[in-house]
Design a protein around this ligand. Structure first.
Ligand code: UD1
Length: 421
């Protein structure tokens, strides 16, 4: 298994291009299942999760070609041959469950294995099931698989989700595009990736209003047609690389960065003493003074502080002046990076969903282990600012969500290399 060796080396300067959003792309790709005409995505990120979704769609009979070095995905679901999303693929990535809604809508049936994915909590499927059942689907769990069918077709309904789940919102919106009549989804998730999905569905002929708010209204249509859609910027990759100058000093411009994608995060950076300025090409980030200040952070659904940036923010706060309290409200087991950061000299106490971080002057390099996608990158960020060498092992998690991480960081002057193992 490959590792990444990082040597802390002071201020970093330059530009980092931000890719298309992994989480948007993973919802956009299954949208191909809704139509028998081609769907093309541009600005796709080059990630192993995208390859996993490609394999899953291909296993259902969709054609997926990766063009222009993986930045363009040309898909067609003209002839679907299967309605079963197999455990072998689904266990690698929870987002595989996003084929459930589209398959049900297009084929009237779907069999989807219960997912695996990051080990950051229980992550059940109850909200997806309730949402699709509201549209008239009959769903039962047998042998680790969800068996869903809608013999008379899906029917529009009013449904209020108990929690604004991102995936359940995406599944229901996709399914409702082909349902008979009107669907009103209340307490919908508002993430930019959902807005992006709706923009794509609209380009395919869907009639949807209210994306980005907590009520989404979908008027079912008989069929969707082909489209070409550009994947929105990855706000999590953006936030992660904004932390590079915040942690190491220097000034880094994030190409393609947009403030509207990342407001709550920028507010916390500002409170910690980090300047963020808009430029023609994106966002420029630099540290105001010598050491950052402690800030308290609570993760929330969008537009709150994203859970997917909590680990990286913790890496920053390890060397802040003062004590920060981080509260994780989305996932119940998402502090697995804390013991690894502690091995680098951080002072962190975790009690349930709360981590208290007492800032130290400087972290020290150490061998550490990546436990999930965002935890891996938080260890790399910590290593960039630590004294000496940090060897991050099990970096396959990283390849799920960060394209060309070594090259992007080398380009701003980091001492980082991938060691084949
Ligand atoms: C998506 C993102 C993930 C991000 C998360 C929260 C993708 C591919 N992944 O995941 O990176 O961390 O949003 O912003 O877009 N839950 C239930 N029952 C359900 C569904 C979810 O209890 O049926 C719970 C989960 O266990 C979790 C919380 O709801 O505690 C949030 O999950 P959800 O918003 O559904 O996240 P995902 O769509 O899985």
């Amino acid at each position: 298994m490959d590792s990444i060796l990082v040597t802390g080396n002071g201020p970093l300067n330059g530009q980092i291009p931000i890719a298309g959003a992994k989480n948007a792309c993973l919802a956009l790709m299954p949208a191909t299942l809704l139509s028998d005409e081609p769907l093309t995505l541009t600005n796709a990120p080059r990630l192993s999760d995208i390859k996993t979704m490609t394999l899953l769609l291909q296993s259902l009979g969709a054609e997926v070609s990766s063009l222009q070095d993986g930045k363009v995905l040309a898909m067609s679901s003209h002839d679907l041959t299967s309605h079963t999303a197999d455990y072998d693929i689904v266990r690698k990535m929870r987002a595989s469950n996003l084929v459930l809604g589209p398959m049900l809508a297009r084929l009237g049936q779907a069999v989807v294995s219960l997912p695996g994915g990051c080990a950051i909590g229980a992550r059940p499927m109850d909200l997806h099931i309730e949402a699709l059942a509201a549209l008239g689907a009959e769903i039962e769990l047998r042998d680790g698989y969800l068996h869903a069918k809608a013999p008379g077709g899906l029917k529009g309904a009013v449904h209020e989700m108990r929690f604004a789940s991102v995936g359940a919102t995406e599944n229901m919106v996709m399914a409702a595009t082909l349902a008979k009549g009107t669907t009103v989804l209340k307490n919908a998730a508002r993430e930019p990736e959902i807005v992006d999905l709706v923009h794509c569905l609209r380009a395919m002929g869907a009639q949807i209003a209210g994306e980005g708010t907590s009520t989404i209204e979908i008027q079912g249509v008989d069929r969707l047609h082909g489209a070409t859609h550009q994947v929105v910027t990855d706000r999590i990759e953006l936030g992660t690389y904004m932390l590079v100058p915040a942690i190491c000093g220097g000034e880094v411009e994030l190409l393609g960065g947009r403030l509207d994608l990342i407001g709550a995060f920028v507010e916390k950076l500002d409170a910690a003493g980090i300047d963020v300025a808009e430029t023609d090409k994106g966002l420029k980030v630099s540290r105001r003074n010598g050491r950052v200040s402690a800030v308290d952070v609570t993760t929330e659904p969008f537009p709150g502080f994203p859970t997917d940036l909590q680990a990286q923010m913790m890496a920053l706060l390890c060397t802040a002046e003062g004590t920060s309290v981080l509260e994780e409200k989305i996932f119940e087991n998402r502090f697995m990076h804390a013991p690894e950061l502690t091995r680098m000299g951080a002072r962190i106490e975790v009690h349930g969903g709360t981590a208290t971080v007492r800032g130290v002057e400087r972290l020290k390099g150490a061998p550490v282990m990546a436990t999930d996608l965002r935890a891996s990158v938080s260890l790399i960020l910590a290593g960039l600012a630590a004294e000496g060498e940090t060897l991050v092992s099990r970096v396959y998690h990283l390849d799920r969500g960060y394209e060309h991480v070594v090259q992007k960081l080398e380009a701003v002057g980091a001492k980082i290399e991938r060691i084949k193992g």
